[in-house]
Design a protein. Structure first.
Length: 394
């Protein structure tokens, strides 16, 4: 869903695996940054919706960053983000008079505000660095407190860096009540979940033009992992709450290549990530971007991302019979689908200023998947996202 996609905006710069892979250096001056992002999902097709709004999420995001050297060896990073979200969301699937599966949407009255604060402290020695991170996220129905640490070490010769990062998060869920016709609240209250992750990587400077990195990771989640805002038509029961396993364990493997082409003054960035979890989801992510230096401090960055995943073992677009394990979810994010993201970014840098503007177009379809899919998911999201920002270095 969009909130998960948007969350990557503020985590990307401070994600623990990224911290761990950085060289052991401290900035030499204070840096301030601000970003504004406009995120707009495409409307649903009227033919695919039974009732409810066709409009989907519209999100405005403001981000502020502060980086400062506290001593020659210690650096402080602060990051604040605020999101304002409005729109409608897929609620459950049903069948129309012709027996075709259609979506029931919520009304276009969802309004949420989320605030995130992340603080990171890094100590850098001559050939190692140690980082600690604290994150706080608050919205009207959800709160999360996270903690992390990362260590990186440069082997003799300073061509190879080994890094280990880990984090843990404690989340509380208290969904907005929904009053049924009998006056009872049909949503859960006061639920909790915990998650942790580990990531081990090694980076190597192959030559003056090529840097490569490989990594492996593990992610564990447990507690309330269902979606409190979604319902499912369960055969013989009627509408019931979305129900998923209360544990989820995943492993990852990743690789990165950074290759500089001196003749055209540009650099190719290629990333790959494999993901596998015990819900039956396997995924592949391919990212490629070209950083063209075009003179006078300008840089042009076209990018392409392809993502594909298999479906969860309990997912169906519409259930025709009861499941013995009691798991039910028609959430399209658990289906087999593929997604293509096209992006273009322009950067301009002077001695003290860094300006950036970028646009991304994300399109997802079941037919884009490399894996088999059982049925078309009507609520797969497509969106446009525009970002502008500026940094100042004192």
């Amino acid at each position: 869903m969009s909130k998960k996609l948007l969350k990557s905006l503020n985590i990307a710069a401070l994600a623990l695996p990224a911290i761990a892979s950085q060289a052991s250096t401290i900035v030499d001056s204070v840096e301030l940054g601000v970003r504004y992002t406009k995120y707009q999902e495409d409307s649903m097709s009227a033919a695919d919706v039974s009732t409810g709004s066709l409009d989907r999420y519209d999100i405005d995001v403001m981000q502020f960053s502060f980086v400062a050297p506290l001593t020659d060896n210690i650096q402080l990073n602060l990051h604040y983000q605020e999101e304002d979200l409005s729109g409608a969301s897929p609620w459950f699937t049903t069948k129309n008079a012709d027996g075709e599966v259609v979506e029931v949407m919520s009304g276009a009255t969802i309004e949420e505000n989320r605030k995130d604060v992340i603080a990171q402290l890094t100590y850098a020695g001559s050939n190692f660095s140690v980082s600690g991170l604290v994150g706080i996220s608050r919205e009207n129905d959800y709160e999360a407190n996270s903690f992390g640490t990362a260590v990186s070490y440069e082997l003799p010769g300073k061509l190879t860096t080994i890094a280990l990062a880990g984090d843990i998060s404690f989340d509380k869920i208290n969904p907005t009540p929904y009053e049924a016709s009998n006056g009872t609240n049909t949503r859960v209250t006061d639920e909790e979940k915990e998650s942790w992750s580990l990531h081990l990587s090694t980076s190597h400077v192959v030559n003056k033009s090529l840097i490569a990195q490989v990594g492996v990771g593990a992610i564990n989640r447990e507690g309330y992992l269902s979606d409190p805002y979604k319902l499912v038509n369960v055969p013989g029961t009627g509408l019931s709450g979305d129900s998923r396993p209360d544990t989820r364990f995943a492993t990852t493997a990743s690789g990165r290549i950074r290759y500089f082409i001196d003749s055209i003054d540009s650099a190719i960035h290629f990333d790959y990530r494999y993901y596998n979890d015990d819900w039956g989801i396997n995924s592949h992510t391919f990212d490629i971007a070209e950083y063209f230096n075009i003179g006078y401090g300008f840089q042009l960055v076209p990018s392409l991302r392809y993502y594909t995943q298999s479906e969860a073992f309990f997912y169906e677009n519409y259930y025709e019979q009861q499941r013995a394990d009691g798991y039910y979810a028609t959430d399209s994010r658990l289906s087999s689908f593929g997604a293509i993201t096209l992006g273009l970014k322009v950067n301009w840098q002077t001695e003290h200023w860094f300006w950036t503007a970028g646009y991304q177009r994300y399109t997802s379809k079941n037919s884009y998947s490399l894996f088999d899919y059982s049925a078309e998911s009507l609520s797969l999201v497509s969106f446009s996202m525009f970002t502008v920002g500026v940094d100042y270095k004192f």
